[in-house]
Ligand binder design. Structure first.
Ligand code: FAD
Length: 398
């Protein structure tokens, strides 16, 4: 079959949420999901896996179990988008046509932008770690456990936006806690090298994070970008983005967060804005030039923090507008306000649940001050949200 009424590119968080919600409304919909991977990952758990709380297998499920009944799974990758002809090209060379297209292909981790990282990350025992990959998130915990008394631990964040804006620092707070538990924190150094100028984007939660950084005696270096790694010498090179000066730091452990960009097949297509992202309307999530195309999640240019929680509020808007178009009626006024959420783990058993909109104003779900660190919110992240994700959100139920 080479044509579908609705074609979804990407069977990750956004693609599966939209497809399953559409099928709840129209169970005989002619829909296909293009997704190359036979596994699906609950990426938010990688922070706690890096912190030694869960084994990595907890975050992995078979993709096949989450393709909604009645939808077709095309296990392939899109290589080219041809929105003027309403079709896409697959890696295998085939062409697939559509009436409506939903873009949900996620983000590209640009490891190659920092020389020395890729090789080092995949070698054992060298202290170079990252929670941003399924295959490496357990190595973070190995490095935390092996961290020596009096050592230096560095945590980095790039100039680009990243998925889950809080993840680069959450693992730092867990590492600090673990070092204290292991009796190696005294005389040791923890440094956060962040290329942006603020600790966190929403001021209400940033205030709490500044207190956490102070309490934990963490050295905070803003406007500081990792530009090279020399793993054989345990050295990292940083650039001060204000002065342009470069300096080299020794490390015993370094948690690297790579720059993140739009996937190449999107940035090279007519669907891209000038930075490469799928160019959608921030309220309706409909493409700004192709009205039969929608985009959500990490691959979109929505000016909000890229998270799964944001997609939970984006998916119903796409579904509303798409169903309206399919049924030739007006949408039920669904508009996305930029809602995103970041569960900021500040230690084992402690969490600040940041929730805010396009203007960085809080949009909190609970009747208490969520900028305070709480055990209840940690329990929600560790035990509640994963269950909600697998059994509810991906099944189109919430
Ligand atoms: P993904 O879920 O990444 O899915 C994209 C899919 O597209 C993938 O399955 C991929 O295989 C597929 N794909 C790629 N290329 C192609 C192609 N060419 N053709 C077809 N398919 C393709 N979010 C939160 O809400 N809370 C958190 O606490 C949180 N913590 C995080 C911690 C870490 C360490 C990380 C890495 C992420 C975290 N996130 C968190 C972010 C969240 O996981 C992402 O924002 C979310 O998964 C994005 O969904 P998506 O559908 O846009 O992309």
């Amino acid at each position: 079959k080479d044509h579908y009424r609705v074609l979804v590119v990407g069977g990750g968080t956004g693609g599966l949420m939209v497809a399953s919600q559409l099928m709840q409304h129209e169970d005989d919909l002619d829909i296909a999901i293009i997704e190359p991977s036979d596994k699906h990952y609950y990426q938010p758990l990688w922070t706690l896996i890096g912190g030694g709380v869960f084994p990595k297998e907890e975050s992995e499920r078979d993709e096949a179990d989450f393709i909604p009944d009645g939808a077709e799974w095309i296990q392939d990758a899109v290589t080219e988008l041809h929105p003027d002809e309403n079709r896409v090209t697959l890696k295998g060379g085939e062409s697939v046509g559509y009436d409506f297209l939903v873009m949900a292909a996620g983000i590209k981790l640009d490891w190659d932008a920092i020389p020395g990282v890729t090789e080092a990350l995949h070698q054992p025992g060298n202290g170079v770690v990252s929670n941003y990959l399924y295959d490496t998130c357990e190595k973070t915990w190995e490095a935390i456990e092996a961290f020596p008394q009096g050592g230096t631990a560095i945590f980095t964040e790039p100039t680009t936006g990243v998925k889950c804006g809080g993840a680069p620092q959450k693992i730092m707070y867990l590492a600090d806690d673990a070092f204290r538990r292991n009796g190696v924190r005294d005389g040791s150094r923890i440094a956060f090298m962040k290329a942006k100028g603020k600790l966190f984007s929403s001021p209400k939660y940033e205030r709490t994070l500044y207190d956490v950084v102070k309490r934990k005696d963490i050295e905070l270096n803003l406007m500081t970008e990792l530009i090279e790694l020399r793993a054989d010498q345990n050295e990292a090179v940083f650039k001060n983005l204000e002065t342009g000066e470069e300096h080299t730091e020794h490390y015993d452990m370094i948690h690297v967060v790579p720059p993140m960009i739009a996937p190449d097949f999107i940035s090279q297509s007519p669907l891209a804005d000038n930075e490469g992202w799928v160019d959608v309307d921030p309220g309706t999530l409909r493409h700004n030039r192709y009205e039969n195309v929608f985009g959500l999640g990490d691959n979109s240019n929505l000016p909000t923090s890229k998270t799964g929680a944001a997609i939970r509020k984006q998916a119903p808007v796409v579904v509303d507008h798409l169903l309206a178009a399919l049924q030739n009626r007006k949408p039920l006024n669904g508009r996305y306000t930029g809602y995103t959420s970041c569960p900021l783990v500040t230690g084992y058993g402690k969490l600040v649940l940041a929730e805010f909109d396009y203007d960085k104003n809080p949009m909190e779900s609970f009747p208490f001050d969520q900028s305070q660190e709480r055990y209840s919110m940690y329990a929600l992240k560790a035990y509640g949200l994963p269950r909600m994700y697998w059994n509810g959100m991906l099944r189109g139920r919430m």
